[in-house]
Design a binder for this molecule. Structure first.
Ligand code: SAM
Length: 460
């Protein structure tokens, strides 16, 4: 009977016996069993029968033959593998061939690996990239890898960035992960966010939580068109990406909005802001992580269903909008979250642990908050959850659209630091006035700066 032990013994004696054993088998399953049981191949192993099996009509046998040839420690005949690759139609066999050739790390295989880069199967291209990294100092190899920068497949682009280009960026002068520039600590700048961010170095903030202007649905924002609005937000989040520390989070609170009709002869228009903004974010290096739905009580939102309740005519259905989105993104990185967490000391991790009672689903039921001066403030509870779940004590939390300063106040109460920008003088003054009454930021030293003052501080 065929057993693994028997095959191991035969292998030790010399592989003439293995080859004879395979020839004597009548069914595919037994041949595969032998090939899969071979394990480590000794130095003096004669692989001739494996090359014969490359022509077998059964793809699993060809696959196992390729796998074993791949174990020959650089002594395998890669030409035969390459010839098989050219005519092979089975995806698994093709991938295994590329993997076997890549693992051999032989300069003689370089051209084959470069040829694999043209394959239509993204997994083969990724495998070939990995194989070529051994020769990354080689000009020809470098040229071939660089030519893939705009490869249509996202997996290929990620591998290329992770394995190859990210090494080029390592020389940048970046603060250690947990540290923060002093001039950004507990600062509110009265300026357009894009103007202020010009003075903020790369990789400065740990978390951004923000609610951007709602296109032209509120009085504080007038954009010439929806496209201009989206492109403005794109710029803000490109800059936010630049100033965000490696692998850290951006949480954007938006919802579809409605621009009321100008007369009874026109209809109102809905804009799906979270969905329209999403492609701009992922395109610019923000990896999508989660969608959290903020659910409000029905009584707290504008009544849209009233008309329908009267007429009940299909097509005229307009549900009350009781939700907003918190779209969660992470700055794309090759590092795992563990790397971020390990940057912190034991004490910080312990102190930052989220206590019992945390939200377990992506639907957060929270009452909205109304403010006498600002028309769209975050409820403190919403801020609290985001800051607790997505940052550590001592981190710097950024809000490019500061408004009434809820992110700053909450960050402070949770032992984080904050950096806010707010364009409108009236809201900036409002935040300032709240500090005077000591109810916004308690007694922490906060700086309220004009753009000029901020610029000076940044250049010190
Ligand atoms: C939706 S509100 C944010 C409210 C804030 N989350 C709070 O809890 O108070 C958006 C804010 O962004 C501000 N804003 C709009 N355009 C801006 C820009 N280009 N730079 C900085 N702030 C801006 C608006 O004045 C408004 O206060």
């Amino acid at each position: 009977m065929l057993t693994k032990q028997y095959i191991t013994e035969l292998k030790r004696k010399g592989n003439g016996d293995i080859s004879a054993l395979i020839s004597s088998q009548r069914n595919v399953g037994s041949i595969n069993f032998i090939l899969e049981s071979l394990g480590h191949l000794p130095e003096d192993f004669n692989p001739d029968f494996l090359y014969e099996l490359l022509h077998h009509s059964h793809s699993q046998i060809r696959l196992n033959a390729v796998k074993n040839i791949g174990k020959l420690n650089g002594k395998g005949d890669t030409r035969s593998l390459f010839n098989l690759y050219k005519n092979e139609t089975d995806t698994s066999v093709r991938r295994e061939i590329v993997s076997s050739i890549s693992r051999q790390r032989k300069p003689a295989n370089k051209q084959m690996l470069v040829d694999f880069l043209q394959d239509e199967d993204p997994k083969i291209v990724c495998q070939a990239i990995r194989g070529l990294l051994v020769f990354e100092k080689d000009n020809e190899v470098e040229k071939s890898l660089r030519s893939l920068v705009n490869h249509p497949n996202e997996m290929v682009r990620t591998i290329l960035y992770k394995e190859y280009f990210s090494k080029e960026n390592k020389s940048k002068n970046i603060l250690p992960h947990t540290q923060i520039y002093d001039f950004l600590k507990n600062v509110v700048v009265n300026a357009d966010v894009l103007a202020a961010l010009k003075f903020v170095p790369d990789e400065s903030v740990h978390l951004t939580f923000t609610s951007p202007p709602y296109y032209n649905a509120r009085d504080y924002s007038i954009y010439p068109s929806y496209q201009v609005y989206l492109e403005f937000l794109e710029k803000v989040f490109i800059e936010t990406h630049r100033i965000t520390k490696e692998g850290r989070f951006l949480i954007v609170n938006t919802s579809p909005i409605i621009i009321p009709r100008i007369s009874r002869a026109h209809s109102s228009k809905r804009y799906a802001i979270p969905f329209d903004l999403h492609p701009y974010l992922v395109k610019n290096g923000w990896e999508f992580i989660d969608d959290i739905v903020w659910l409000k009580p029905e009584a707290s939102v504008k009544n849209r269903i009233g008309g329908f309740m009267q007429h009940r005519k299909p097509l005229g259905y307009k549900p009350n909008s009781v939700t907003e989105y918190l779209m969660v993104y992470r700055k794309s990185t090759e590092k795992l979250l563990d790397w971020n967490i390990r940057s912190y000391g034991y004490e910080t991790v312990k102190k930052s642990k989220v206590i019992d009672g945390y939200e377990t689903t992506n639907v957060w039921k929270i009452d909205p908050c109304f403010d006498k001066v600002h028309s769209a403030v975050f409820p403190a509870e919403l801020c609290k959850r985001v800051i607790q779940y997505y940052s550590y004590k001592g981190d710097l939390v950024f809000d490019p659209f500061g408004g009434s300063g809820t992110v700053g106040k909450t960050a402070k109460s949770l032992d984080r630091l904050f950096f806010l920008t707010e364009k409108e003088n009236k809201y900036f003054e409002y935040m300032k006035s709240k500090t005077k009454n000591k109810n916004l930021f308690d007694d922490v030293k906060i700086q309220f700066l004009t753009l000029e003052q901020f610029k000076k501080q940044a250049n010190k």
